[in-house]
Design a protein around this ligand. Structure first.
Ligand code: UDP
Length: 323
């Protein structure tokens, strides 16, 4: 396959690039490096520093490399920040994706795998969440992704775009051989923040809210290993290249862990009894998000391999200690 990966220097993007390279696909990474790291792109992979809103450059890259399919990661993805800076999210996610889709249309590239999120569901009334449950985001980040899913569906209907939208639950963990890992700046995600605390780089880990309606009062999330996510992107690409229909899939491990449970597991794995602080709730956080991934398992044969909580934390711990 000839694939352009937007945001391919980022966390999930770079893991997906590694999976594609492992299978000998032709990959071009297109990333403006606002968040990503060039060093996360495997050696030998063509890298273009560019913004998806730069339609001239993007069109040139699509044409020159005879790209068949796009995997679109490039986006802002922080729930808390999205509540404080909604304009940034509507521009960088919705407006930029529209520019990407227009350029793809101009260049007759009509297949895309899109990074969506569990945040599109908001506060679901039942778990595990299936793809046909109502979508009602509680934060701006989720709203931007849901708007883009709507645009994809409209472009599919009107222009014949073929897409797969992957709704990630909580991506975590690092490459099993340590080739790449999670390195956001600033870091806001639970697992890396816990591990930085265990390494002594932070004083304490804060629990955002202890009064949720969950057994221990802290939020429950479905953590999925980033390599399992990456593998799902390769399956989605193959589905589209083989003429498959537009689909929306959840990607989770179907197991929920509370913030406290993740902290306790990390203490056990790292052997460090780091400090934990109880803090206020973070705006926009739903109490529980746990996926059913039955659809992608049945239709594309996806199977999470690395997504036990101890595998996730151990692989992330190995990477954090080295980097
Ligand atoms: N969380 C927390 N302390 C932190 C960071 C996150 O308690 O320092 C909680 C957060 O409120 C959420 C869960 O951990 O319930 C996962 O948050 P993260 O930011 O990792 O991912 P998100 O669910 O926002 O995609």
């Amino acid at each position: 396959m000839r694939v352009l990966v937007t945001g391919g220097a980022g966390y999930i993007g770079s893991h997906t690039v590694h999976e594609l390279v492992r299978e000998d696909h032709h990959v071009v990474v297109y990333d403006n490096l606002s968040k990503g790291h060039k060093s996360a792109v495997p050696a030998g992979v063509k890298f273009v520093k560019g913004d998806i809103r730069d339609q001239e450059l993007l069109a040139q890259v699509l044409k020159e490399n005879e790209i068949e399919t796009v995997v679109h990661f490039a986006a802002d993805s922080l729930v808390g920040e999205s509540m404080q800076q909604p304009a940034k999210y509507y521009h960088n996610n919705v407006v930029a994706t529209l520019a990407l889709l227009d350029t793809m249309r101009e260049c007759a590239v009509n297949k895309i795998v899109f990074s969506s999120t569990a945040a599109v569901y908001g506060e679901p009334e039942q778990w595990p969440i299936t793809e046909d449950m109502p979508t009602c985001p509680t934060n701006v980040y989720g709203r931007t992704k849901l708007i883009i899913e709507g645009i994809l569906a409209d472009f599919a209907m009107a222009y014949g775009l073929k897409y797969v939208s992957l709704r990630y639950f909580n991506a975590a963990g690092a490459h099993i051989e340590g080739l790449t890992g999670e390195d956001h700046n600033p870091e806001t995600h639970l697992v890396p923040l816990i591990l930085k605390t265990a390494l002594g780089q932070r004083e304490a880990i804060s629990i955002y809210g202890t009064d949720y309606s969950t057994p221990d009062g802290t939020c429950i999330r479905d953590y999925i290993h980033v390599t399992d996510l990456a593998a799902a992107h390769v399956l989605a690409l193959k589905h589209l290249v083989h003429g498959g229909e537009c689909r929306v899939y959840n990607l989770g491990s179907q197991a929920g862990f509370s913030v406290r449970e993740v902290i306790d597991k990390a203490k056990e794995i790292t052997g460090v009894d780091f400090a934990v602080r109880e803090d206020e709730r973070r705006a926009g956080d739903p109490a529980v998000l746990v996926a059913s991934s039955a659809r992608i398992k049945a239709e594309l044969g996806w199977k999470p391999v690395w997504s036990q909580l101890n595998q996730i934390i151990s692989s992330a711990w190995a990477w954090h200690r080295k980097n």
